[in-house]
Design a protein around this ligand. Structure first.
Ligand code: MD6
Ligand code: FE
Length: 219
């Protein structure tokens, strides 16, 4: 059980700006706002133990977003494929512990979206420089699709490509801004999605970068 802890996120209005984007998917605008110092410290602590890296894809290219992970498992990719691993392949050490802030925010956001008792065991941290992107993909490396996914956007805005269950389905374009949280699961769990190339700009939280936290139950 992840204790919610008095105070943390309890000050959010019960219907924080919520936009339904699917039967079981929603955008909670600004849900993670107002906690910049705590997010900055937590991200720097994770990156201090497991630095961002541009991993290799099975096809031989490199991800344009730099990534790291925290929690019991981290998401990794190399020539052998995509998977979750309990140790950082760069150091051989376990991934940094998941900051309580991340786990609590994820549980709270999931519960707002109708998914109770979400306990993430993996948090992928994506860092996009200007021009970095993420192609349309499904999140399907997790053992059990019954658990939702919670994704937090920080820093520069980006256009989220929100597709359907088939790769050919034309994606909607949703602007994700600093503090926005996406939750999806159930019938929407395997929808294709991606990030359009990040446009030049400056945000006080992350300078010329976008940071995304994607929290999952991997096992
Ligand atoms: C990103 N996110 O927002 C990339 N996947 O930078 C994802 O690929 C993603 O935001 C699953 C669920 C939510 C996401
Ligand atoms: Fe994804």
């Amino acid at each position: 059980m992840i204790a919610s802890g008095p105070g943390l996120f309890d000050d959010l209005p019960p219907s924080a700006d919520r936009v339904d984007i699917g039967a079981q998917a929603c955008l909670l605008r600004g849900f993670a706002g107002g906690r910049d110092t705590a997010f900055r410290r937590a991200i720097d602590a994770v990156a201090g133990q497991a630095d961002f890296r541009n991993m290799q894809t099975p096809g031989g290219g490199r991800m344009s977003a730099a990534m790291t992970s925290c929690g019991g498992y981290g998401w990794v990719t190399d020539r052998r494929g995509y998977r979750y691993a309990a140790a950082d392949p760069e150091s051989g050490a376990p991934w940094p512990a998941m900051p309580r802030l991340f786990a609590m925010l994820a549980a709270k956001a999931a519960s707002h979206a109708g998914f109770d008792a979400f306990e993430p065991d993996a948090c992928l941290v994506n860092r996009y420089a200007v021009g970095a992107r993420m192609g349309l993909h499904q999140d399907k490396d997790e053992a059990d699709y019954d658990h939702p996914i919670v994704s937090v956007s920080l820093g520069l805005p980006a256009v989220f490509l929100w597709g359907g269950l088939r790769r050919a389905d034309k994606p909607e374009r949703l602007l994700l801004e600093h503090g926005d949280v996406l939750v999806w699961g159930g019938a929407d769990r395997l929808r294709y999605h991606g990030i359009a190339p990040v446009k030049a700009g400056f945000h006080p939280f992350a300078g010329e970068q976008r940071i995304n936290l994607t929290l999952r139950r991997s096992q």
